[in-house]
Design a protein around this ligand. Structure first.
Ligand code: NAD
Length: 238
């Protein structure tokens, strides 16, 4: 069924979450076995509150995550999505991921709703740095301000340009496929519903149940994203 829908789609949009990158080696947030939030409380660490009041722990947590993002990279599933974009099959990717793997794989039309761990910025003057600085244990800007990951923390707004791009893409889409998200973070989790309300078929590929399964035209549980994409790619393009 899904491969027929992909074949027929004129405006396919893919929405990815942390589950897209677990097969690269990065843990997600909420998986019952290995999610990051099983070990840390997000409100304490990934928040403006922690950046302002608990900066040492904040930096230690993000330095570890930056190390992982630099150590790992895109897997075959990311490559397939980039290839489908080149072939005109995918219009765009909306991602909650902060690893930058879609762009590394070659995807161009990507809305990074939560920013990127590949970059840092100065909390005081806004100057951007590569996140290598964290690896080298450089935590201050030349102006003296604290360097922070260029991501959206709990309590912050999403970047306006990514949000608007995602909104337009969701409205236009006729097939909207969620890959590896618990769909529990607002407002990102509204995009599948926006697509659905504007007539798209909604497909959710996620190992565990999501809060939006009841709105989906097809739910594919218990299937690894990389494996599913390889199968679809064989069926559609070989
Ligand atoms: P989440 O952790 O809430 O949910 C991920 C889901 O993916 C889980 O329900 C899990 O069952 C499923 N999953 C894991 N591996 C899978 C696989 N191989 N195949 C199919 N399903 C799989 O993640 P989310 O919904 O993206 O949560 C949002 C937050 O997580 C975002 O704010 C994002 O910035 C952050 N995050 C990003 C990364 C990353 O950039 N790689 C990593 C961890 C967390």
């Amino acid at each position: 069924m899904l491969s027929n829908w992909i074949q027929q789609a004129k405006n396919m949009v893919v929405f990815t979450g942390a589950g897209m990158s677990t097969e690269s080696g990065l843990p997600d947030f909420r998986s019952s076995n290995n999610g990051l939030w099983r070990k840390k409380d997000p409100n304490k660490i990934a928040s403006t509150e922690a950046l302002n009041n608990n900066v040492d722990e904040f930096i230690e947590f993000y330095r570890e995550r930056v190390l992982k993002v630099k150590e790992f990279g895109p897997h075959k599933g990311h490559d397939i999505l980039a290839d489908w974009e080149k072939k005109g099959k995918i219009q765009s990717i909306i991602t909650q991921n902060v690893d930058g793997f879609h762009q590394q794989a070659g995807s161009k039309r990507v809305a990074e709703l939560h920013g990127s761990l590949q970059k840092l910025r100065c909390q005081s003057c806004g100057k951007e740095y590569d996140s290598e600085e964290y690896i080298n244990k450089e935590y201050h800007c030349s102006c003296g301000g604290i360097l922070r990951p260029n991501i959206v923390l709990f309590g912050e707004m999403l970047p306006q340009d990514a949000f608007q791009f995602a909104q337009e893409e969701a409205v236009k889409s006729d097939l909207f496929i969620v890959l590896g998200s618990s769909l529990s973070v607002t407002p990102a989790n509204q995009f599948p519903l926006i697509a659905k309300e504007h007539g798209a078929k909604l497909v959710i590929v996620n190992q565990e149940k999501t809060e939006m399964d009841r709105y989906a035209d097809q739910v594919i549980p218990n299937k690894k994203i990389g494996e599913l994409l390889r199968e679809l790619d064989m069926e559609l393009f070989s």
